[in-house]
Design a binder for this molecule. Structure first.
Ligand code: PEP
Ligand code: CO
Length: 458
């Protein structure tokens, strides 16, 4: 990095260890009632196999470095909060189908490979604005995701239970195993995009545009195969990586391991952990934990992020300014982004810091509907994405990816989009226990609009 503007806080100069975060203030952690039960669960987790390998993590880092250079585009998406009950073949394969369809649309429009990262196989912990929830004069611990407690508003459900970490590890393994098997079995084969059709989508307003793209790709493949006289290789499988918010640090620590013939430590519980907006304090436990692992890491950057804070995060999390190490996911909100983002882009550019910039158009656009649902309007999501492309172009920086909350299910959680869902539609199929997700059509429409915007700007 060009200059060192700031001194790193004193504890960050101490040697890093997988447990050195324990000496720092840790936000958003549950209070477990019985420390012996907690220790036993953590001991068990430490003996269980990892979920991913260091070579996959290093391959992802390389691809993120390519995305920084504009040679790839990152598509990161999945539930706000995975749910134990939704660890089913339908939910997992439908989510995979949507992500595959979206990535096909993006490859076609952007003319570059898409790096696919799911918010899955471990996205079980949620930060909450309050540690307690009160209803009708009764106060209980907040629901913090299925890895911690259960959503029902009763005492037993809300007590943090360490066994849930073991259940989360198992469900993450089941999810990843199914995703890997589907892909190895040819599910992602570009010759058969019909595998990715969702049965309940009868006549989507977007279907024609999608089918045209699929037909063009099929033509291009046939042309290539005719020319070369043999089947095109590498079209039958894709890489998929897993990511989640590294929030529940005792759990993350148990999956932080050393690997033969590799230096340092890896979080082998996911490929790509991120630090949420509420836990990005410089002297906090989450930054301390993430600075020492060799995984690529991401940080959410919201409208309250100060410039000096961001510059110090760059130094702490990527002191050697390595390509592919650090991703910044801005989530400002439509209307706010034009004000808040440009100074950050300029400063990071001035510093010569290597980062991948990604837009999360979801978390700055959450609001309450007239009938009491937590929702997001598609028009605001769209506008934040379009503004993000324009602001990066004006700053001479590059928007290298998109981060979305979405599902392959036919939910009604966000309003607007191709079917123009209204507040009145929200009650029909609102399933999220936390943030509202794009449904299948709204997700595909997002990919189409990114494609259109990108082509306009070229
Ligand atoms: C999330 O990604 O679900 C989340 C809580 O995001 P943020 O930290 O940006 O609010
Ligand atoms: Co969310």
């Amino acid at each position: 990095m060009a200059t060192r503007l700031f001194q790193v806080s004193s504890h960050l100069q101490m040697p890093w260890q997988p447990d050195s975060w324990q000496a720092c203030p840790a936000e958003q952690q549950p209070v477990y009632p019985d420390s012996d039960v907690l220790s036993r669960a953590l001991d068990e987790l430490r003996t269980l196999p990892p979920l991913v390998t260091s070579s996959e993590i290093l391959a992802l880092r390389k691809q993120l470095a390519e995305a920084e250079e504009g040679k790839r585009f990152l598509l990161q998406g999945g539930d706000c909060c995975e749910n134990f009950a939704y660890c089913t073949p339908e939910v997992i394969s439908n989510r995979l189908k949507v992500l595959l369809q979206m990535s096909l649309v993006l490859v076609h429009a952007l003319r570059m490979p898409v790096l696919r990262v799911g918010r899955f196989a471990g996205q079980y912990a949620k930060p909450r604005s309050s540690a307690v929830e009160a209803r009708d004069g009764v106060e209980l611990p907040s629901y913090r995701g299925d890895i911690v407690n259960a959503p029902a508003f009763d005492v037993a459900a809300r007590i943090p239970d360490p066994q849930r970490m073991i259940a989360a590890h198992s469900r993450s393994a089941l999810t990843l195993n199914f995703v890997r098997s589907l892909i190895d079995g040819g599910f992602a084969d570009l010759h058969h995009p019909e595998n990715w059709n969702l049965s309940w989508v009868t006549h989507s307003p977007l279907a024609d545009e999608y089918r045209r793209i699929v037909a063009e790709i099929a033509d291009a493949m046939r042309f290539m195969e005719t020319l070369s006289g043999e089947p095109a290789h590498n079209l039958d499988r894709v890489d998929f990586y897993a990511s989640h918010e590294a929030l529940l640090l005792p759990y993350e620590q148990t999956l932080t391991r050393q690997v033969p013939r590799q230096r340092g430590w890896f979080n082998l519980g996911t490929h790509f952990p991120w630090i949420g907006m509420r836990t990005a304090a410089l002297d906090g436990a989450h930054v301390e934990y993430c600075r020492g692992i060799r995984n690529p890491v991401a940080v959410k950057v919201g409208p309250s992020m100060r410039l000096d804070h961001l510059l110090r995060l760059l130094e702490v999390l990527n002191p050697d300014n390595e390509a592919g190490r650090l991703t910044l996911i801005h989530r400002m909100g439509a209307g706010v982004i034009a004000d808040k983002l440009p100074p950050l882009l300029d400063a990071v550019k001035r510093e010569g810091a290597r980062v991948l910039w990604v837009c999360d158009p979801m978390h700055g656009n959450t609001e309450n509907s007239s009938n009491g649902y937590k929702t997001r309007r598609f028009a605001n999501i769209r506008s934040e994405i379009e503004e993000a492309f324009d602001l990066h172009a004006a700053a001479g920086t590059r928007l290298g990816g998109i981060h979305l909350e979405l599902t392959g299910e036919d939910v009604t959680e966000c309003t607007g989009g191709a079917r123009d869902l209204t507040d009145a539609d929200l009650g029909r199929a609102y399933q999220s226990t936390v943030d509202p997700r794009l449904n299948y059509e709204q997700s595909l429409e997002t990919a189409l609009l990114i494609g259109r915007k990108y082509r306009q700007m070229r």
